[in-house]
Design a protein around this ligand. Structure first.
Ligand SMILES: Nc1nc2c(c(=O)[nH]1)N[C@H]1C(S)=C(S)[C@@H](COP(=O)(O)OP(=O)(O)OC[C@H]3O[C@@H](n4cnc5c(=O)[nH]c(N)nc54)[C@H](O)[C@@H]3O)O[C@H]1N2
Ligand SMILES: Nc1nc2c(c(=O)[nH]1)N[C@H]1C(S)=C(S)[C@@H](COP(=O)(O)OP(=O)(O)OC[C@H]3O[C@@H](n4cnc5c(=O)[nH]c(N)nc54)[C@H](O)[C@@H]3O)O[C@H]1N2
Ligand code: SF4
Ligand SMILES: [Mo]
Length: 767
């Protein structure tokens, strides 16, 4: 979709800026025009936001959320100053100095009394789109020394990162479809036509898919709903929610059974093929078919299609992750690509090579330490640590349960778990019991309303950015710098950027007080890193680095020592921060190319096809396979173009239009429950119940209903005035916080059993 705003410039001194959109993984390049007010006041405003046609990576694409950056920048509810919650519950603005003084008074004392684990840290999705948060959060976590670290990863992609960590040796070695060159794309549990890709940065998926089909390529979608992606595909199979593990094992069985295993070049780089062959024997497609909700012939044919294609990519995403067997699914998807010779091959699943920060470009090529999990466990449920964190679904119990290590204080950074995690009602109550809570967030929302202090960021248009994460997951290699569009409109004592807020908190935790010299602390942290990587030349390197302070210097270091870097003069034509900054539309670094074995960082230097921790789970899969099927109605989620998780419902350009928090239901199921279009339905289970208007849809697999997540903006004490007018309901009230993939700690967010009835006149949520 190209959103064409008229290029009319209203105001004086028109200027054009280029930056990437920080709202979703697609990372579209934007052209933002600004002008000064005509009345002579100095304030500048956004006149138009369009896709940047000259951006080599996104080529002019953007979606309506990109246009909404103007609304976000101007939103009167967006906080511009720290807020303190008074005893009567009202939030009042305070100065930054007051905020940091209060933190200095309260936080170290709490740690002193209760120990380091008493402070919890939780970080959410937008942090992966902000270099300042992403790069300075680890420093705060280290300073706190708490085991109680949580993030949205355990509501999302942790299973894939864990599977890839075990197989390839690093958490971010996640291969992506090479769409421009593939003949067959099989999509499992993803809807890139709406989400614009995830663990696959692919702006304008629709346009690329159309071009791929026009040259004879084929797309198959496997999803309980006939999604927007399925509508633009050649084939759709309505799988039973949670059935993926059985489909994938049935396909694996078929490959061995029908002698279709051809790993090709990869044969020399894999460990564990015999173990995989042995386990596949237990899952014949005929046995797997009922639990998958697909026929044996469909399962077999999918395996044959994958094996028979000249080039093919089997890609799975959140629908395959947020399940009981999320890590097993994520692993099997790659195993199938490997055994059919499609991993690391043009047109298959390939590893991007990012210009900066990619661990799989650092250290010794082809071998490394691999990944470790379970170094700590959560106190109450004994859930293992993965990637340095605990399952976010354990947060409430860790706050509620007395004893050593109980969480007494919480710092939330860009997250809204009261809406985004299972059983937000319980979490809400738990947050009320905290002695101290600090939120870094632009809004008073369902989570931050519980905070004692809210520390807001500048608007994204007031900050610079360089993408640290998604360049490692991109359909094509690139390096793009995003400069600030406006100077930060914050007070003199305010952090100009969120890394400064995090560094200030780090200094307070380190015992340096609320007025520490941040430049000195930043120099010290950078020197520690440089001594490690540059040894004797550390001081010299520091003096060579561009960017002043904060993440810019780290970025210069990462670019210069990265795979396309100048190596501090070794490769004079190579990248530096200055070079990347000088390219307003970004620098194209070419199509994906094969990287095995160089990309591997496993101790063996091989792809681990059969990680022991996953083999150990297979008896549980066997047991699930034997379980009788019930005819319970199963609830799944969905995403929608004008929505982004829980936090963009307050922006006028996105809020307009028809009601979006509706219950999609197949007409047969609606008739059985006596429900008609537009009627209010009550969805309930042992956890709770919610009311939502019915939207009849033939796109749903019968027996499956869908509600989007991120809604339920009717809670007291928030300040999201527009969102509150169309609050919707929080589907996560129906999810069980104890229901998770035990391997990765990721919550089960899909395929949850619910009862359906016509609603009486009752309130929209039950808490
Ligand atoms: N049922 C169900 N639940 C789901 C999902 C699902 O598919 N189904 N999806 C899950 C997924 S994939 C994810 S990623 C999670 C997301 O879970 P969260 O990250 O907890 O939720 P978001 O809605 O992304 O909330 C982002 C928060 O960051 C704040 N914010 C926005 N910009 C900034 C900024 O620049 N700085 C700071 N400091 N804060 C900012 C917003 O105001 C908001 O409070 O939700 C998960 N929940
Ligand atoms: N417009 C918009 N874009 C977004 C977001 C947003 O909220 N709105 N969120 C962003 C975030 S944080 C993320 S993580 C990405 C996610 O990106 P995607 O993974 O593409 O997200 P979804 O659209 O939720 O797609 C998941 C699909 O899985 C299907 N599904 C549900 N259960 C099952 C199952 O058991 N098996 C199978 N095979 N399929 C199942 C659902 O019907 C759905 O179509 O999107 C990002 N982009
Ligand atoms: S798809 Fe939309 S929200 Fe995502 S990066 Fe592009 S413009 Fe932004
Ligand atoms: Mo996500």
């Amino acid at each position: 979709m190209a959103i064409d705003a008229p290029p009319r410039l209203e105001g004086e001194d028109p200027q054009t800026h280029y930056r990437i959109c920080p709202l979703c993984e697609a990372s579209c390049g934007l052209e933002i025009r600004t002008a000064a007010a005509t009345d002579g006041t100095p304030a500048r405003h956004v006149v138009s936001i369009r896709g940047d046609e000259q951006d080599p990576f996104s080529q002019g694409y953007l979606c309506p959320k990109g246009v909404a950056l103007k609304d976000l920048h101007e939103d009167p509810d967006r906080l511009r100053q720290p807020m303190r919650r008074e005893t009567d519950g009202r939030f009042v603005p305070i100065s930054w100095a007051q905020a940091f003084d209060e933190i200095h008074r309260r936080l170290p004392a709490l740690r002193q009394t209760h120990g380091p684990d008493a402070v919890g840290l939780s970080i959410g999705n937008p942090a992966s789109h902000k270099i300042g948060l992403f790069s300075y959060f680890p420093g705060l976590a280290r300073a706190l020394g708490t085991r109680n670290i949580f993030s949205a990863s355990t509501l999302d992609q942790m299973p894939k990162q864990l599977a890839c960590g075990w197989m390839y040796g690093h958490w971010l070695s996640v291969p992506v479809p090479d769409l421009p060159r593939t003949d067959l794309l099989i999509i499992l549990g993803a809807n890139p036509a709406v989400s614009n890709g995830s663990l696959w940065t692919v702006p304008d998926y629709r346009g690329k898919a159309k071009a791929m089909r026009a040259r004879g390529g084929r797309i198959i979608v496997i999803d309980p709903r006939f999604t927007e992606t399925a509508q633009a595909a050649d084939e759709h199979h309505a799988i039973r929610p949670g059935g993926d593990v059985f489909l994938l094992l049935g396909m694996l069985h078929t490959l061995f059974d029908e002698d279709l295993v051809r790993p090709g070049r990869l044969a020399d780089h894999i460990n564990g093929l015999d173990k995989v062959r042995a386990l596949a024997a237990d899952f014949p497609p005929a046995v797997c078919a009922p639990q998958a909700g697909l026929s044996e012939s469909v399962i077999r044919q999918l395996a044959r299609d994958l094996a028979g294609a000249r080039s093919a990519a089997l890609y799975g995403r959140i629908g395959t992750c947020t399940q009981r067997f999320g890590t097993i699914n994520s692993w099997l998807i790659d195993v199938l690509n490997i055994l059919t010779g499609h991993l690391d091959s043009p047109g298959g699943l390939m590893f991007p090579k990012a210009a900066a920060f990619a661990a799989n470009t650092l250290g010794r090529p082809g071998q490394g330490k691999g990944v470790t999990t379970g170094r700590r466990h959560s106190r109450v449920s004994h859930a293992p640590e993965v990637m340095g964190e605990l399952p976010i679904s354990c947060l409430a119990e860790e706050i509620e349960t007395p004893g050593d290590g109980q969480i007494h204080a919480l710092i939330t950074v860009a997250c809204n778990p009261v809406l985004s995690a299972p059983n937000g009602a319980r979490l809400s109550r738990a947050l009320d019991g905290l002695d101290f809570m600090i939120s870094l967030d632009p809004y008073i929302n369902e989570t931050t309303r519980h905070a004692h202090l809210i520390l807001p960021p500048p608007s994204p248009l007031e900050d610079w950015h360089y993408d640290q994460v998604f360049a490692q997951l991109s359909w094509r290699n690139h390096a793009r710098w995003s400069g600030p569009v406006f100077p930060a409109e914050v007070g003199a004592d305010a952090p100009q950027s969120e890394w400064q807020t995090l560094l200030r908190l780090t200094a307070i935790v380190n015992g340096q007080g609320p007025d520490a010299d941040l430049q000195a602390l930043d120099d010290q942290m950078l020197m520690t890193e440089l001594r490690r990587s540059a040894g004797d030349r550390a001081a010299e390197c520091l003096s060579l680095l561009d960017g002043g302070a904060g993440p810019a210097r780290w970025l210069d270091l990462a670019l210069r020592t990265g795979p396309y870097g100048d190596g501090f003069g070794h490769t004079p034509d190579g990248l530096t921060l200055a070079k990347v900054r000088a390219a307003p539309h970004g620098i194209d670094l070419g199509e994906l190319s094969p990287r095995i074995p160089e990309v591997l960082r496993t101790p063996s230097g091989r792809i681990e096809l059969a990680p022991a921790a996953l083999l150990a789970e297979l008896p549980t899969v066997q047991a699930a396979l034997q379980r009788p099927l019930t005819d319970e109605l199963l609830l799944i989620g969905r995403r929608e173009t004008r929505s982004n998780n829980s936090w963009m419902h307050n922006l006028p350009v996105l809020a307009k239009g028809k009601e979006r928090c509706t219950l999609l239901i197949h007409p047969q199921d609606a008739a059985r429950a006596g429900l008609g279009s537009g009627q209010m339905a009550r969805l309930g289970n042992a956890r709770g119940s919610v009311l939502a208007p019915v939207e009849l849809s033939e796109a749903m697999r019968p027996g499956v209903v869908s509600l989007p997540h991120g809604w339920g903006h009717d809670l007291a004490g928030t300040q999201l005035r527009l969102a509150a007018q169309h609050p919707g309901v929080n589907m996560n009230l129906l999810l069980d916080e104890d229901d998770r993939d035990p391997v990765s700690g990721t919550s089960v967010l899909s395929g949850v059993a619910v009862r359906l009835s016509a609603a009486e006149n009752a309130p929209t949520t039950d808490h």
